[in-house]
Every structure is written in structure tokens, then in C-alpha cells.
Design a protein around this ligand. Structure first.
Ligand code: FES
Ligand code: MG
Length: 578
């Protein structure tokens, strides 16, 4: 990669804005001077965009204003001209109905921001769940030189002597409170400790999973995704990311070079080895659509079956991201499974994946397990099919109680989320641990936004009896920090008439994870007859983003991208800019 021809200043994309002796360029130059920059500060330099997903409601990115300054420092030092551009911060915690509903909007904002501005390369500052896939999707579609800056996980934290994990422990202690084992005061005290620093969730939830995937695919600097947000290394990594972006601009190194079938395989292998989030499946399908890389759910299952889980990380395992960093980071972990990776895949640093992990060491054999003693031999995630999910669904077996991976039980059906909330804890329902809890209309269109409702609550009266897991099925997603025998992303979803819509109380459902099967034990005739009496619920939106979302969103097995964005956007010519 180092032998690539370097662009001349006249070949830079920004030259047409700043270089020529014409009326438009006069305007552009004079406006940079309005901003306080002298000609020599920006002339003949690559213009490096810094897309910053900071806002006051995305607390995971609370350090991003300072990090943007660190990035700028690196850009200046490498001879570039940094311009910071705020873009929509997708706050996992605050957005309703769910940040996922807006992933494609940030992807579009990223794409169009890169397209319209005089940028020669861009740094994408993301981390909190959907920000990472959204920005990568947008960057791939416009395909100008891009580098991702992972926001880094939160610091370790503990409460009453116990280490805490984002999300995972919230659910655990909430269940304990529900079962009367945790006082109101203790629960409130937990609030002060569960998120104790800037940075994204520090378990192997969606944020840590997607940044690890970005690194594995070569889209950020090697080693960068494991660096805790508050570690001084994070500032230095940000600066180095800025400097590298300047080189990417001169060398015209684009995301399309990193998003290949081989690197998607690497991403999926890493996803399985870290015991990552089910959400990554949806995001990778969307990203593959943008890159026109053929990818199916079956590929996830194939790779899952041959990849051991060596990352002992919550929620499937024991540790948090700071422990992974101390144990050798993602590089140490990938080194462990190097034989399962395509090591020739390039990265933004100008090396290969093989070179990036060469010599990486593991300093804690319990955090990054040896191949001889993995957390699980295989099947970090499993893709199931059957008459209940003809287009597939997903389960995370290591996060479920083992005895439930083969299960047959009667359905208890809730027709939507409000129905679930209203009735699930009512002892008159008479549910037992053997029941299969089914939630309908929680999918991409039905909810909308395929929210993280998939870890359906276990009835309080069963929690009190000591039940800790049940088979639960929905067309929703589940937070990457969640756990349990939750069957997710059922496709097609019930809102569009998938078979999930026709399940009735008492129907027997059979789950066979080893056989990758999920069956509703009713006849085809009965299913057809229930379907004939069904009408699709009404679309909730008649205008605005909601209307666009309803008309364009694909099902979970296709990534929930907008149909009109599902292609390699870089094949379109830039519209002429006056
Ligand atoms: Fe931001 Fe979990 S809430 S990553
Ligand atoms: Mg999440």
C-alpha cells in the first residue's frame, strides 16, 4: 500500500473548492478567512472532516469534544486542514422508540455530509451502539477515504464490592428487585455507580462488538477499539487517527478496499470469538448491502460453528472491556484465532491484519482464553429456521441456560409491547417455566424500529420461585448486554404477516438450537386458515421520516436498511457542485 501514487494538491477533491482562480473559489477562500484561517493554513492541504456524534444526551460520547481537539492536533501535525462537523448523535439510552429507528438517518447524514463538503478524507467519531454501523454505512456508500475513531469503553466500576457491567447488571438487579431481594435504596444507589465514566457500554454489548468489528475489518487503527475512553492512550490514539487520515487522503485509500467478502468473514469470525452482540448480524447485513458483498444469515452460522468463543466477556462471560484491554486487547484475542482469519486483508494503517496482530500477546489467560479452554467451543450465535421463521431468526446460546436450548412448550402470546407490560406479571396468567413467551409486533415496522425488547421479562411470580430463564420469542432485537434464551429478529416479522403473527396461546413451540430449528406445531392448513383471517395493522405514519421509514425499511435478515440505499453508492457520480 505504501507504493501507491500520492495525489498532488491539484488532484485533491477539495482543490475544486479552494484552488482555481474563479469566482466560486474566491468565495470559499474568503469564507475560510472569515473563520480566521490564513491562506497558508489551508492552501494545498487535504481538508479532513471530523464527523463528531457528540451531544449532551449521548453520555457515552461525553469526551468527544476533547477528542475532536486531539484528532485535530494529529491532522495539523500531518499537514492537513481539520474541519469538525457535528452529526446526529444516536443516543442508545435516550432515543425513542429506539436508536435503531434512526440508524439509517445518521447513515444518510454521513453520506450526504461527505458528498457535499470539500472533504478529502474523514474521521468518523462513533462508539455508542448504532453510531458505528451508521457512519460506516454512510462512508462506504460515498466511498471517500475514511477512518473510524472508536469512542472507547467506559472505565471499570463496582458497587458494594461487586464489579458492574453496563446493561447486564441493570437487568440482573432489576430482576432481583422484582423478586423482592433488593431494596429501593440499594437500587437507587446503583444509579451512581453503573456508568462511572465517559465511554460506551463496557460489556461486550453492541458498542464494543461493532467497534471490534470495525477494527477487525481494518477501518480503524490496529489496537484502537480496546482502548478505554478515559485512558490517556485514547487521546494519543485520536491524534494518531487524525494524522493517518491525512495520509489516507494523499494515498486515496477508500472504505471499499476494506469491505470485501474476506473482511466480512473476518468480522463475523471476530464477532463469534468475542461472544459479541446479536445486533451485529443486522448491522453487518446492512453494511454488506452497501458494499454489494453477498452475505447471508447462513454465513454467520457456518462461521459460528467453527469459531470458539475465546473472549470471556459479559454478558456471555465474566469480564469487561478494561479487562480485555489489560489482557492484550482485541489484537491479543485475534492473534489467538489467527488461523481462522484472512490475514492478508488490509487496514487503514497501511498494513495487513496479519501484520497488525503479529506478535500480539495475551497477558491474562482467563480473559482471553486459550484455544484448549474456550468459553464455548462454537456457536456464539446461532441462526434458526423453521415454519415460525422462514427467513431466519437468531439466538445467542452462551447467554442462555443450557437446558433451554432444546425445549418444547406452550406459547403465551402478547400481541404488542403494551399488552406484554399490562399482563406479563399477572399471576392469573398462570405461566410456568415451561411456557414459551411470544411477543408480536415488535419488529422493524411493527414497533417500529425493531427495539431491544427481545429480552422479554420473566413473570415476577416465577422469578420469586427461582426461575431465572425462559424461552422467549419475538421479532425484536435484544440489547447486546442482555442474556437469556431469547429468540430474536424473527423474519418475516409479524407486522407484515410473518407466521409469528398467527401464534395463539397454547400452541406448542419447539426450539432445537443444535438442529437450528424453530417450529410452531400446527399444520400448514391451520396456519393458512389463520393467515386468511388476518389484516395488516395500520401504518402509524403518513408523513415525514416515519413515512420514509415505513416505505423503505427491509426485514431484519436483510439488515433493516432502506431499500433505496441498498447498493454501492460510490457507483453514482458526484452531482456537479456549482
Ligand atoms: Fe451508549 Fe450502551 S448506552 S453504548
Ligand atoms: Mg445497546
Amino acid at each position: 500500500m505504501s507504493e501507491r501514487p500520492r495525489k498532488t494538491p491539484e488532484q485533491l477533491r477539495s482543490y475544486r473548492y479552494f484552488g482555481p482562480d474563479d469566482l466560486r473559489s474566491f468565495g470559499h477562500r474568503s469564507r475560510q478567512k472569515q473563520a480566521g484561517f490564513a491562506t497558508e493554513e489551508f492552501k494545498d492541504k487535504p481538508v479532513i472532516g471530523i464527523l463528531n456524534t457528540w451531544n449532551d444526551l449521548i453520555s457515552c460520547h461525553a469526551h468527544f469534544r476533547q477528542r475532536a481537539e486531539d484528532v485535530k492536533r494529529g491532522v495539523w501535525q500531518a499537514g492537513g486542514f481539520p474541519v469538525e462537523i457535528p452529526v446526529m448523535g444516536l443516543s442508545e439510552t435516550f432515543m425513542k422508540p429506539t436508536s435503531m429507528y434512526y440508524r439509517n438517518l445518521l447513515a444518510m447524514e454521513t453520506e450526504e455530509t461527505l458528498r457535499t463538503y470539500p472533504l478529502d478524507a474523514v474521521i468518523l467519531m462513533g462508539g455508542c451502539d448504532k453510531t458505528t454501523p451508521a457512519m460506516l454505512m454512510g462512508a462506504r456508500s460515498v466511498d471517500i477515504p475514511s477512518i473510524f475513531m472508536p469512542g472507547g469503553p467506559m472505565s471499570r466500576t463496582s458497587w458494594r464490592g461487586e464489579p458492574l457491567g453496563s446493561g447486564s447488571d441493570v437487568w440482573k438487579y432489576w430482576d432481583q428487585r422484582g423478586a423482592g431481594r433488593l431494596s429501593c435504596e440499594a437500587w437507587c444507589e446503583l444509579e451512581d455507580h453503573i456508568a462511572a465514566s465517559p465511554g460506551h457500554c463496557m460489556t461486550m454489548g453492541t458498542a464494543s462488538t461493532m467497534t471490534a468489528i470495525a477494527e477487525t475489518m481494518g477501518l480503524c487503527l490496529p489496537g484502537s477499539s480496546s482502548v478505554p475512553a478515559t485512558h490517556s492512550s485514547h487521546s494519543r490514539m485520536a491524534s494518531a487517527t487524525g494524522s493517518r487520515a491525512v495520509e489516507l487522503a494523499w494515498l486515496d485509500i477508500k472504505p471499499s478496499e476494506f469491505m470485501t467478502p474476506e473482511s466480512f468473514d473476518n468480522a463475523i469470525t471476530a464477532l463469534m470469538a468475542i461472544g459479541g452482540s446479536t445486533n451485529a448480524i443486522v448491522h453487518l447485513m446492512a453494511l454488506a448491502g452497501r458494499a454489494e458483498v453477498p452475505l447471508t444469515l447462513e454465513r454467520f452460522d457456518e462461521i459460528s460453528q467453527k469459531t470458539p468463543v475465546v473472549g470471556n466477556l459479559r454478558p456471555a462471560g465474566k469480564y469487561v472491556m478494561a479487562d480485555l484491554f489489560d489482557a492484550g486487547g482485541l489484537q491479543g484475542l485475534l492473534h489467538r484465532i489467527g488461523d481462522l482469519l484472512n490475514l492478508d486483508c488490509p487496514n487503514v494503517a497501511g498494513t495487513t491484519l496479519g501484520e497488525a496482530i503479529e506478535g500480539a500477546e495475551v497477558y491474562d489467560e482467563d480473559v482471553i482464553r486459550p484455544r484448549s479452554n474456550p468459553l464455548s467451543e462454537s456457536s456464539s450465535l446461532a441462526v434458526l429456521r423453521g415454519n415460525l421463521a422462514p427467513d431466519g431468526c437468531v439466538i445467542k446460546p452462551p447467554a442462555a441456560e443450557k437446558h433451554l436450548l432444546q425445549h418444547r412448550g406452550p406459547a403465551a402470546v402478547f400481541k404488542n409491547y403494551p399488552d406484554l407490560k399490562a399482563r406479563i406479571h399477572d399471576p392469573a396468567m398462570g405461566l410456568t417455566a415451561n411456557h414459551v413467551i411470544v411477543l408480536q409486533n415488535a419488529g422493524p415496522l411493527g414497533a417500529p424500529g425493531i427495539p431491544e425488547w427481545g429480552m422479554l421479562p420473566i413473570p415476577k411470580y416465577l422469578l420469586e420461585q427461582g426461575v431465572t430463564d425462559m424461552v422467549r420469542i419475538s421479532d425484536a432485537r435484544m440489547s447486546g448486554t442482555s442474556y437469556g434464551a431469547c429468540v430474536l429478529h424473527v423474519a418475516p416479522e409479524s407486522f407484515v404477516g410473518g407466521p409469528l403473527a398467527f401464534v395463539q396461546d397454547g400452541d406448542m413451540i419447539r426450539l432445537d438450537v443444535a438442529g437450528r430449528q424453530i417450529e410452531l406445531e400446527i399444520s400448514d392448513e391451520e396456519l393458512a386458515s389463520r393467515r386468511s383471517g388476518w389484516t395488516q395493522p395500520e401504518n402509524k405514519f403518513t408523513r415525514g421520516y416515519g413515512k420514509l421509514y415505513f416505505e423503505q425499511t427491509t426485514q431484519a435478515n436483510l439488515g433493516c436498511d432502506f431499500r433505496f440505499l441498498h447498493a454501492d453508492g460510490s457507483k453514482d457520480k458526484d452531482p456537479e457542485i456549482n
